[in-house]
Ligand binder design. Structure first.
Ligand SMILES: Cc1ncc(COP(=O)(O)O)c(C=O)c1O
Length: 355
């Protein structure tokens, strides 16, 4: 059994019905505009802000490269606010600085409140535009910050999808650019091949891995926004939200309970809680031998991402506090594909590595 890595899509399961209504997990973000990718969604937001004369954006120092690229592409000045080991920012420092917009994140789907609601409200009063990246927290149940100007998020991190992201704001935007077929087609083919591989173990692993990686390379070189295909939209609108939430929460809680029992000074849990409204993306742990642990888990067919490789645009001085996260976090899969049996194999593999 293989655990983690890219999702897969079963063509037979793509519902024939195309719902007219947005599901509640999306609707809570206001008027929805679909785009092909998270970076594309942010690029469109950046363009809108640029056209209004905004020039600078504050970004957390613990972040993925693909959030920085679209802002740079629109010629914004970027300032970073550092995020400490508790995932908190220095709010006084932020309030002392002058800037036009800020991006906030609830990491891994937990209610990290990296910047408090009180401070965000102060910034809003000062005319700062608030942008929330919901890529990690998209399914968390309540909307904690109903005064946000723009939400965006990459939906493909949550289930099998050729392409998909959204912007939520007080209006809908028209996307005239065509579908980015070179990514959409490759990812669809890869998702279908992986589905066959998972179900019947055919020999296509190399082929779908190449397709996924080609698609990712295209995206890495193109942070523009494109229209989302009807097929991707259909998968988004039909996702089984209840199952997704229940399984992820259940798996997370199991890992929390079991990993707590492992006594090893190299390992610690990043978030010792799961609030009622939280829907986790992964179960992150700190490990002082992270890269070796990752290799070992790969040898056991457990594929864990690292959030994140250090973005080349963030200088060491800007990420002094978040250095620990960059060096030590490894993310264990808890998604809806898996049940407790899979979670047990993850725990066993970590125990074996520690022995
Ligand atoms: C927090 C966060 N926001 C946005 C993105 C960009 O999403 P996409 O890969 O769909 O462009 C990523 C990608 O990993 C991400 O981790």
């Amino acid at each position: 059994m293989e655990i983690g890595s890219e999702f897969y899509v079963d063509y037979a399961n793509i519902d024939k019905v195309y719902p007219q209504k947005l599901p509640s997990w999306l609707k809570k973000y206001g008027e929805i505009t679909f785009t092909n990718s998270g970076r594309g969604a942010l690029r469109l937001i950046a363009q809108i802000l640029k056209s209004k004369g905004l020039e600078s954006i504050m970004v957390p120092s613990y972040i993925c490269d693909s959030v920085i690229l679209p802002i740079l592409a629109e010629d914004f000045t970027i300032y970073y606010y550092d995020v400490d080991k508790e995932f908190k920012a220095d709010e006084d420092k932020i309030l002392r600085k002058k800037f036009d917009a800020i991006i906030v994140i609830d990491y891994f789907g937990l209610n990290t409140e990296t910047i408090s609601i009180k401070t965000l409200k102060k910034l809003k009063q000062q005319g700062v535009i608030l942008i929330e990246d919901t890529t990690h927290s998209m399914f968390s149940k309540t909307l904690k910050r109903n005064f946000i100007d723009f939400y965006f998020g990459s939906i493909r991190k949550w289930f099998g999808l050729p392409s998909g992201a959204f912007i939520g704001s007080n209006q809908k935007y028209n996307i005239e650019k065509n579908i980015l077929y070179k990514v959409e087609d490759r990812r669809l083919k890869a998702l279908l091949l992986k589905n066959e591989y998972i179900k019947s173990g055919n020999e296509t692993k190399e082929q779908f891995l190449n397709l996924f990686s080609e698609a990712e390379n295209y995206l890495d070189n193109d942070s523009d926004y494109y229209r989302l295909s009807n097929l991707s939209k259909k998968i988004v609108l039909n996702v089984d939200e209840k199952k997704l939430i229940a399984k992820r929460r259940n798996n997370y809680q199991f890992l929390l309970q079991e990993i707590k029992k492992i006594k090893n000074e190299d390992l610690s849990i990043v978030f010792n809680y799961l609030n009622d409204d939280d829907v986790p993306l992964f179960f992150p742990i700190y490990h002082s031998n992270r890269d070796e642990l990752r290799k070992f888990l790969t040898s056991k067919n457990i594929y864990c991402p690292v959030h994140w490789p250090i973005p080349e645009h963030i200088q060491g001085k800007d990420r002094k506090k978040s250095a620990y996260q960059y060096e030590s976090i490894i993310s264990l899969p808890v998604d809806q594909r898996y049940d407790i049996k899979a979670m047990k194999s993850i725990v066993e593999a970590i125990e074996q590595f520690n022995d």
